[in-house]
Design a protein around this ligand. Structure first.
Ligand SMILES: NC(=O)C1=CN([C@@H]2O[C@H](COP(=O)(O)OP(=O)(O)OC[C@H]3O[C@@H](n4cnc5c(N)ncnc54)[C@H](OP(=O)(O)O)[C@@H]3O)[C@@H](O)[C@H]2O)C=CC1
Ligand SMILES: CC(C)(CO)C(=O)C(=O)O
Length: 304
């Protein structure tokens, strides 16, 4: 589906979450649009105001508007760049918003939260295929160039696709997709393979193809996950290998969460697969418990 649009139109974009995905997205979009980043820590706000947004390896530092989330002002479109498990706390504040909202999360866990929230129409679901690593509160490293693939959540949400066209840039491409579920499921397979294995073995994504033992594991997990979702696994393995290649220097978001002793998105990725599987998926089961065990080890007996 393609909407005609005037690409010179300036869009007021509110990026919620100044993490890896949020800072990278804000950096690129600010070249053409009026972007505001919403953060939840005063400390991060101050750093961003004083030092601007830095995206390595690019030379130019950018000054982008920053606000605390409590001072939210409705833009033309909100891009939600927080982790899935941040959504239950954030969504109530979006229920009074009337502008389109685009969700950028991995996994499938956020879909349930979005369905349950009383959100306005024009909801989009995005699959973010770039690799990006947060270095500190104002700096990220763009480790793999990819696409942002967007579908309208329901038939009532089609107007969001107009904004997607406006946000598209050759250097930071946005694509419209007919069916977000297929695209999100494809990315789910990639994340189910890449994220837990890289987090357990503490390696960058590319090692999954360089180390023959990890490559064996990755392929087996891909086969199991794709089959459990009723998908042809050979085709999906090609897709997963493509993502590994294009983000080979990235540390996956799950590995970064482990590095910082934070909660991971294991429930939204592997937990989702276990809940919906009709047959045993032993590799996924094993990876799920491995990540849960590592989370406990890193965080102690913390209940999330
Ligand atoms: N990193 C990657 O390469 C990729 C990530 N993704 C997906 O994108 C999503 C975001 O990931 P990523 O950017 O890596 O995550 P990060 O942990 O780097 O960033 C999440 C950010 O959200 C902020 N946040 C949480 N709640 C709120 C709130 N209520 N208001 C404002 N800000 C808030 C956090 O703030 P604070 O710092 O204060 O905790 C943090 O800065 C995830 O679902 C991930 O799976 C998808 C593809 C690639
Ligand atoms: C694309 C990829 C695999 C990049 O690392 C990712 O989605 C993640 O880290 O969560």
């Amino acid at each position: 589906m393609r909407y005609r649009c005037d690409r010179s139109e300036k869009v007021r974009v509110g990026v919620i979450g100044g993490g890896a995905v949020g800072l990278l997205t804000a950096y690129f979009l600010s070249a053409q649009h009026d972007v505001t980043i919403y953060v939840r820590r005063q400390e991060q706000k101050s750093v961003l105001i004083q030092q601007g947004v830095v995206v390595e390896p690019y030379v130019r530092k950018k000054s982008i508007k920053v606000k605390c989330i409590e001072d939210m002002v409705e833009p033309d479109i909100f891009l939600i760049c927080v982790k899935s498990y941040h959504l239950p706390a954030l969504l109530p504040s979006l229920e009074s918003i009337r502008c389109p909202i685009l969700f950028m999360q991995n996994g499938m866990g956020h879909i349930k939260w979005i369905k349950e929230a009383a959100l306005p129409s024009n909801i989009g679901i995005a699959v973010f295929e770039h690799g990006v690593r947060k270095i500190n509160d104002n700096k990220v490293l763009h480790t793999g160039v990819g696409r942002v693939r967007v579908g309208a959540f329901t038939e009532d949400d089609l107007d969001i696709l107009h904004y997607v066209s406006l946000l598209h840039q050759d250097v930071f491409p946005f694509y419209q997709e007919m069916d977000w579920e297929t695209v999100l499921q494809e990315k789910l397979i990639a994340n189910a393979v890449i994220n837990p294995i890289t987090a357990i073995f503490q390696v960058e994504n590319g090692v999954l193809l360089e180390n023959p033992h990890l490559a064996w594991m990755a392929k087996k997990v891909c086969e199991e996950v794709a089959t459990s979702l009723g998908q042809p696994w050979e085709k999906k393995w090609e897709y997963v290998k493509g993502i590994i290649q294009s983000t080979k220097e990235n540390r996956s978001s799950m590995l970064v969460d482990m590095d910082h002793c934070r909660k991971t998105e294991v429930e939204e990725i592997l937990g989702y697969l276990l809940d919906r599987a009709k047959e045993e998926i032993p590799y996924v089961h094993y990876l799920y418990h491995s990540i849960k065990a590592l989370e406990r080890q890193k965080r102690g007996d913390v209940e999330w």
